[in-house]
Design a protein around this ligand. Sequence first.
Ligand code: GTP
Ligand code: MG
Length: 156
Amino acid sequence: MEKTLIILKPDAVQRGLIGEITSRFEKKGLQIVGMKLMTIPASIAEQHYAPHKGKPFYEGLVRFMTCSPVVVLALAGKDAIVIARKMMGATFGSKAEPGTIRGDYGVSNAYNLIHGSDSPEAATKELGLFFKADELQTWKPTIQEWVYDMTKGTPE
Ligand code: GTP
Ligand code: MG
């Protein structure tokens, strides 16, 4: 199954939204294979957001991401990257559709609650930045055969 890296940003943790947001992913059928509370070291935040280096919001973004604890989640599922991004909604809280995480819980452009990997390459890089191999669990949810049609051996 595809894996993606999700970060519940400092505003989500401070606002008591860890449970609400994580619960949406669980209910959708995405499987939690890694989860921890951490304060992101500046060097990791800089590597994570390296593609934005030089943009006007970059330094503020690194400061924000390191100012208070976050929750990092590794989620697994068929098409997990695209599904998680759809559930997050548009980048800016002011633009995100109701029904999405950013649309339902946020109004800010900068404090937008959540990060999700945007490609398989980004997911591989970001999972490696935030999780050691032994922090990711391989486990079979007992409900899996009801989340997917597994009758042909692969998830549908
Ligand atoms: P991430 O999942 O966090 O990477 O968000 P994204 O992929 O939806 O957006 P993008 O990668 O373009 O931007 C990364 C983050 O930088 C956003 O989530 C915002 O927190 C912040 N950001 C992006 N654009 C702006 C901006 O114009 N102003 C400010 N203040 N922050 C921005
Ligand atoms: Mg991004």
